[in-house]
Design a protein around this ligand. Structure first.
Ligand SMILES: Nc1ncnc2c1ncn2[C@@H]1O[C@H](COP(=O)(O)OP(=O)(O)OP(=O)(O)O)[C@@H](O)[C@H]1O
Ligand SMILES: [Mg+2]
Length: 246
């Protein structure tokens, strides 16, 4: 499988959100939210965009406190964290005023239960005006809604949606090293339309193609692989036309 970053429709919407936050007039809030179901590529896209935009990427963790968050932020900003929480906060503000950088916070669901951390983020935004992007799961939007002062500042919201057929076509064409027919793409889309499932299936396709010396994958091969995988046993599949192990 090729190691390529695919610009799906979701990725393009995330890029548009960042561009729009960066272009807001002075005084207009620059906080955005990207949310969606697992495995659609939110984290990978957030990391890719952080690198493209020289942004700070922080992945929140379970049990993360405001102090822990500030320590991580100070470190990501390239400074040595001080001891007191108030000093950590000042370090972030001073550093961001000196050299503004966008902040992308992944797995924001973990922070959404902690009012103090959420308010600290709002303060960082208000004092520095740097864009802040929250990335979270499907419930993130509802979880953040209870913080009215923050929610009012969300000026851009993007939902990552399950892939369309043309997204799956792009993903397979760019990642898979074996050619796949159009009807086969349709079949993949109807069974697997999240990145993790598609990546797993592409790995299987390549392994089956290698073992059987195939140059082209059609819908019959996909059907056999799916039948085999749903049985979850190679034993039951001795009569299969293709050797499905890989
Ligand atoms: N644009 C992309 N191009 C190529 N591979 C991708 C892309 N986006 C995601 N992937 C791959 O798909 C898998 C799932 O992506 P990722 O972890 O980013 O999903 P997620 O939406 O953050 O899921 P979760 O909600 O569980 O955190 C990863 O293996 C990742 O490398
Ligand atoms: Mg993720």
């Amino acid at each position: 499988m090729r190691k390529v970053f695919v610009k799906t429709r979701n990725v393009k919407n995330f890029i548009a959100l960042i561009n729009s936050l960066q272009q807001k007039y002075e005084g207009v809030s620059r906080i955005g939210l990207v949310y969606g179901e697992p495995g659609l590529g939110k984290s990978r896209t957030a990391l890719w965009l952080a690198a493209q935009n020289d942004a700070v990427y922080i992945r929140s963790a379970n049990l993360m406190t405001g102090r822990w968050f500030l320590e991580e932020l100070v470190e990501e900003l390239g400074e040595i964290p001080r001891y007191w929480t108030s000093d950590l906060f000042k370090q972030c503000i001073n550093r961001l005023l000196e050299r503004p950088q966008m902040i992308i916070i992944d797995e924001v669901d973990y922070l959404a239960g902690d009012q103090k951390t959420i308010e600290t983020l709002r303060d960082i935004h208000d004092k520095t005006n740097v864009p802040i992007v929250f990335v979270g799961m499907t419930l993130a939007q509802r979880k953040l809604q209870k913080y009215k002062h923050l929610y009012d500042r969300l000026s851009e919201i993007v939902q990552f949606k399950p892939f369309s057929v043309s997204d799956v076509q792009d993903i397979v064409a760019q990642l898979c090293e074996i050619e796949v027919t159009e009807p086969a793409i349709g079949l993949i889309h109807s069974h697997a339309n999240r990145f993790r499932q598609i990546v797993r299936l592409i790995n299987r396709l390549e392994a089956v193609a290698n073992t059987n010396n195939l140059q082209l994958i059609d819908e019959n091969i996909i059907k056999e692989i799916m039948k085999n995988d749903s049985r979850q046993s190679y034993e039951n599949n001795k009569g299969a036309k293709y050797i499905l192990a890989g």
